[in-house]
Design a protein around this ligand. Sequence first.
Ligand code: AMP
Ligand code: MG
Length: 334
Amino acid sequence: MITKRLPENSEGIAEAARILKAGGIVAIPTETVYGLAADARNVAAVEKVFVAKGRPQDNPLIVHISDIEMLRTVAADIPKEAYRLAERFWPGPLTMVLPRDESIPACVSAGLSTVAVRMPSHEIAHNIIKESGLPLAAPSANVSGSPSPTKATHVLEDLDGKIDAVVMSGDCAVGVESTVVTLCTVPPRLLRPGGVTVDELKEVLPTLAVDPAVLAEPEEGKPVASPGMKYKHYSPKSDVIMVCGEGFADFVNSKPDCGALCFSEEAGDIDCPHVVYGSEKNPETLAEGLFSALREADTLGADTVYAHAPKTDGVGLAVYNRLIRAAGFKVMEL
Ligand code: AMP
Ligand code: MG
């Protein structure tokens, strides 16, 4: 298959919508990461997404909508909290898990009775959904297990020749996937941290609980509320070890033949090959830079890459959550 490169203008949007309506799959930019979109109501199209990514069948997709009317066509028995969250955070990087409407096929949700829904703020994503008139099932547009794509070139590295088209747009502003919260439990529960923070969510959902899988490895054999969280994920080919605490530069300088993923503030003190992923003082920059830096870490030629863990407040929680998975839960304390 030849993967079309579509321009990020009205012709590109129209072509993307045409391909999606015909049951094709298209990588589209969003404010979080690039998504691999398919008509959420078309089982054959949704199956193509799983095949192209090599995604396990038990890992559900997020359905992307352009307006609140569309929400009522994909979810059922929508609680009032959903409308309050929508008012505060949509369009934006928040996904809500709600009871699934029967018009959305079970394969979208990996057989669950729920559906994850998000309204992206990215103008191109919004316009493609609107122009196609379709709710779009879209996981991240990477090969399963590799770091999520924050640039169109990342999508092509992973999926060129496996998908119908990619909209060639700029870098994703948030850089980590959406925050996922389920409204199908009492109390509501954070399943995956992202660009919308726990403190922001608690302003609308004061009783919000945080799933234990957010910060640690899910227990073997136990069902996980958010299936994506059980996989080793976001991982470059090098062996990544997450390192917490002070004195990171001295630590990596004492290790032979390693690489490092570090903060801009400490880069000048590090002797081994290293990639800066953002500023320690500004967790938004760490989120924006993380996945690109993980891909770049593979070009350092090191078998082991030590990655300095961020603090877990604000968006730092989402960065920590992705990094611990990229490290396959291998963590060291300094
Ligand atoms: P991705 O779009 O690749 O970031 O993957 C979407 C993630 O959202 C999945 O890996 C799940 O962890 C989560 N998710 C999607 N649908 C549901 C659902 N119905 N219930 C719980 N978690 C979900
Ligand atoms: Mg993904």
